[in-house]
Design a protein around this ligand. Structure first.
Ligand code: PLP
Length: 225
């Protein structure tokens, strides 16, 4: 694929209009679908054109990488909202709370406790998503679907976390629709209103199933090497 930064505005516009069209045709009203531009592996020079084109919500999957890129970008652009979309180790929780605005990958009791403590320490209360291992895959992070509702409750009641939604990455080999529908039904049961689901290859399907946040990387930035 050619260098995405040369046509960042066009790519953004294309993805935004596909999101809008899918939302208009299939999505539940009334809220807008948030585009989380997944900039992992791309450097600041590749990200700037997207900021210049008005994009403000970005996703990164590694604390260390975010630390190298985003403080400088935040210094030159207002209103950036950075989502952590990758697994978080408890020993990186403090840095994650300092660097990110939303943590999408809360997936175990210990992490919930440590994050809550670090947020108190930093006097910040970041919105979080609980990650659900929706296909029960060995290699994937996330709480098991049947534990999701109780886990959300514990995050809220015992840890005082501001759980705003559920997040998932469905198995690559299967059609994603049923997994997205399952996540939506768990979110209703858990009483959370946001659903972070859908990537470059399937965000329209995710929107049809009620996604409020789609995480799009390669369709914006080009192929990752
Ligand atoms: C990399 C990544 C994405 C973006 O994937 P694309 O297929 O490039 O759009 C979305 N979500 C998570 C959790 C990721 O790690």
């Amino acid at each position: 694929m050619e260098n995405a930064q040369h046509n960042a505005p066009e790519r953004l516009e294309m993805i935004r209009s596909r999101i809008e069209r899918a939302h208009r045709r299939f999505g539940p009203p009334p809220e807008m679908v948030e585009l989380v531009a997944v900039s992992k592996t791309f450097d600041a020079a590749a990200i700037r054109p997207f900021l210049d084109a008005g994009q403000r919500v970005f996703g990164e999957n590694r604390v260390q990488e975010a630390k190298e890129k985003w403080p400088a970008l935040r210094a030159s652009y207002d209103g950036i909202q950075l989502h952590l979309i990758g697994p978080l180790q408890t020993n990186k929780a403090r840095e994650a709370v300092a660097l990110f605005d939303v943590i999408e990958t809360v997936d175990r009791e210990k992490l919930a406790g440590v994050l809550a403590e670090e947020m108190r320490r930093a006097d910040k209360r970041l919105p979080v998503f609980v990650q659900v291992n929706i296909g029960l895959e060995e290699q994937k992070a996330g709480v098991a679907p049947r534990e999701a509702v109780a886990f959300v409750e514990r995050c809220r009641v015992e840890h005082g976390l501001d759980v705003v939604g559920l997040m998932c990455i469905p198995p690559e080999a299967d059609p994603p629709g049923p997994y997205f529908a399952h996540l939506a039904s768990l979110a209703r049961d858990a009483g959370v209103k946001n659903l972070s689901m859908g990537m470059s290859g399937d965000f329209e399907t995710a929107i049809a199933m009620g996604a409020t946040h789609v995480r799009v990387g390669s369709a914006l930035f080009g192929t990752r090497v």
